[in-house]
Write a protein that binds this ligand. Structure first.
Ligand code: SAH
Length: 258
């Protein structure tokens, strides 16, 4: 018996073994010994992870999928976490250790999966996963592009982002309406920002909330001094700023005396 796909859980099961293997093989397995797969479903990707020299954990919200995994992958059973990834405190299992994240993600929560990963970046040296293609592209996009946004800047501040390949709807059951894309994130060697990191998140998010406006307009709520607002960087729109320019902007705001 296989699991019946449930729409509200974003279930689209991958049928193509080569693609599953390619995703599993995208992890380097350097400098960590554990990997967490989010949303394993019936384990198409999990089985390739289990062949590797790494301790594989999975987190799955769907009881029917969990039952399937328990009966088909006996060795995995003690490392199945039957929880909602977005709500679960991963340190109950990982005790502040490092681990990689991987998955063919449920697309309805894929951005939130990435945001949670960024929050716990100290523990996540590597991340590979399948998103809706547009989202995967956007995460890897550079400044100057229309699709460059919050996800691109926040991710690339801490990780090298690489778009790996596109996957058509036909290889899933049931097929989704959109193309999918696989990406890989590798944490930068020095990923501590030379600015107030909480302020950096706030500046990036606020700037892109009104992406067509200049920063002078969209950052009004920061109560910046006239002197600072005269700086030419404030005449730009957020999509023109590189990650390092957002860091500089944050430093300027941090040091502003009003
Ligand atoms: N990796 C499998 C399944 C992909 S479908 C494959 O490639 O075939 C997405 C999976 O994520 C489903 O199994 C779904 O039950 C699971 N899922 C959805 N929301 C989740 C959440 N909040 N936490 C953990 N798993 C979730």
């Amino acid at each position: 018996m296989s699991v019946k796909a449930k729409k509200h859980l974003g279930q689209h099961f991958l049928r193509d073994e080569n693609i599953a293997k390619k995703i599993a093989d995208s992890l380097s397995l350097n400098n960590y010994s554990k990997v967490l797969e989010i949303g394993p479903g019936m384990g198409v990707l999990t089985k390739y992870l289990l062949e590797k020299d790494v301790e594989t954990y999975v987190i799955e919200i769907d009881t029917e999928s969990v039952d399937y995994l328990k009966s088909h992958y006996l060795n995995l059973a003690p490392r199945i976490i039957e929880k909602d990834f977005l709500k679960y405190n991963l340190n109950d299992v990982f005790n502040n250790e490092s681990f990689a994240i991987i998955g063919n993600f449920p697309y309805n929560i894929s951005s939130q999966i990435l945001f949670k990963t960024l929050e716990i970046r100290d523990q996540i040296p590597e991340f590979s996963g399948m998103f809706q293609k547009e989202v995967a592209k956007r995460i890897c996009e550079k400044e100057g592009s229309k699709t460059y946004g919050i996800l691109s800047v926040l991710t690339q501040a801490f990780y090298e982002a690489e778009y790996l390949f596109t996957v058509p709807p036909s290889v899933f059951n049931p097929p989704p309406k959109v193309d999918s894309g696989v990406l890989k994130l590798t944490r930068k060697e020095n990923y501590t920002l030379p600015c107030d990191e909480a302020l950096f998140f706030k500046v990036v998010k606020t700037s892109f909330q009104q992406r067509r406006k200049t920063l002078r307009n969209s950052l009004k709520t920061f109560n910046l001094s006239d002197n600072l607002k005269a700086n030419s960087i404030f005449g730009q729109r957020p999509e023109q700023l590189s990650v390092s320019e957002f860091i500089e902007l944050t430093q300027l705001i941090e040091n502003d005396v009003n």
